[in-house]
Design a protein. Structure first.
Length: 358
């Protein structure tokens, strides 16, 4: 089995999460060969923390290293696009944090660059690899749940002024958005992963919690291609942080709610479910109570990525998955700022194709 040699680009909290929850549990699959940051003290501390043998101050230095197989981009969002393209041009595989890029147009540019290379670009959506999610998808895909009726997704977090002391946070130019782009994106991706794409959306957004540029409160209503209707609520002003998903189907309802430090564990187990009849309860329970196999979260996604590179299996998260996420952000911004209900998918003539920030 080949160990892929990885460079971590960006030595902040996102890099820490990838290391502790993703790469460190998989030493047989990945070798973290270099970390990169323009801030010498930060990269030195990061290298010491994870026993990384090499350091670099510029992405260009990393891309010139012939032994690096994968770059994992953990920088502020506006840097992703140029870093992805440069990494592909240097013949490196790419793993990249959310949001992958800043517009559908940029995503299409990345897709075109991938077609011209033999490298992969994998967006990070680690919630898809939570222990409960494959089981939920099996129940839904098997027909046991029946038709989807409604769903609700709540991302109710708290961010105080201290959070925004990091200079790039809270500004459109350096963060690309607020609660819809940074905090709720994984929960909304999980919704689409479980129930399928949206066909229309109407939204409201506001900045009410902190004196920042980006949105910190939002609500929206979605109609999915299946016909199901969905409500989403997100805020960074909840005194008691919580996350919650409730899914109502013809023959079963599923729910999970997490509080406090566990708000990022929404995709893990256990999920509560109530079935319409004993037969459905037994069949669904047999799936939901099955022992979990393999790694979850970051480690589950990274292990699947290794399989793609090593054995040619399908990429576990694709550019099309990233497109759905960015498209949802784009229509929510457009609806909130125009007062219109917006249909999906968006064409390349739509005013938000080149970016959701007007």
């Amino acid at each position: 089995m080949t160990r892929l040699r990885v460079a971590i680009i960006g030595c902040g909290w996102a890099g820490d999460l990838q290391m502790t929850r993703g790469f460190t549990p998989l030493p047989e699959l990945f070798e973290i060969s270099v970390c990169c940051s323009r801030q010498a003290d930060r990269r030195q501390a990061f290298a010491a923390r994870y026993n990384i043998p090499r350091q670099a101050g510029r992405l260009e230095d990393v891309l010139a290293m012939p032994d690096i197989d994968v770059v994992s981009i953990c920088t502020p969002p506006p840097l992703h696009y140029t870093m992805i393209l440069a990494s592909l041009a240097a013949d490196k595989h790419v793993i990249c944090e959310k949001p992958l890029v800043g517009s559908l147009q940029q995503l299409d540019d990345v897709a075109a660059a991938v077609l011209q290379s033999d490298r992969h670009v994998m967006p990070i959506f680690q919630y898809r690899f939570g222990a409960a999610i494959p089981k939920l998808r099996e129940v839904i895909g098997s027909g046991l749940a029946g038709r989807a009726y409604t769903a609700s997704v709540e991302t109710l977090l708290r961010r105080t002024a201290d959070y925004y002391r990091v200079e790039w946070r809270g500004k459109f130019a350096t963060e690309l958005g607020g609660v819809l782009v940074t905090q709720a994106i994984h929960n909304h991706d999980l919704l689409l992963h479980l129930l399928g794409p949206a066909s229309s959306a109407a939204a409201l957004k506001a900045t009410r919690v902190n004196p920042i540029e980006v949105e910190d409160c939002a609500v929206a209503s979605l109609r999915l291609e299946s016909g199901a209707i969905v409500s989403i609520t997100a805020t960074l002003g909840s005194i008691r942080p919580s996350t919650r998903i409730r899914l109502c189907f013809e023959r079963v309802s599923f729910e999970r709610q997490c509080f406090g430090d566990a708000t990022s564990q929404l995709a893990e187990e256990p999920w509560e479910f109530t079935a319409a009849d004993p037969g459905s309860a037994a069949a669904i329970g047999a799936i939901m109570e099955r022992p979990t196999q393999g790694h979850s979260g970051f480690a589950g996604q990274f292990a699947a990525f290794h399989q793609t590179v090593e054995h040619g299996t399908p990429l576990p998260v694709t550019l099309q998955d990233a497109r759905r996420s960015l498209e949802l952000i784009s229509v929510l911004f457009h609806s909130a700022e125009t007062g219109q209900q917006v249909s999906l998918p968006l064409s390349n003539t739509h005013p938000r194709y080149s970016g959701w920030v007007s």
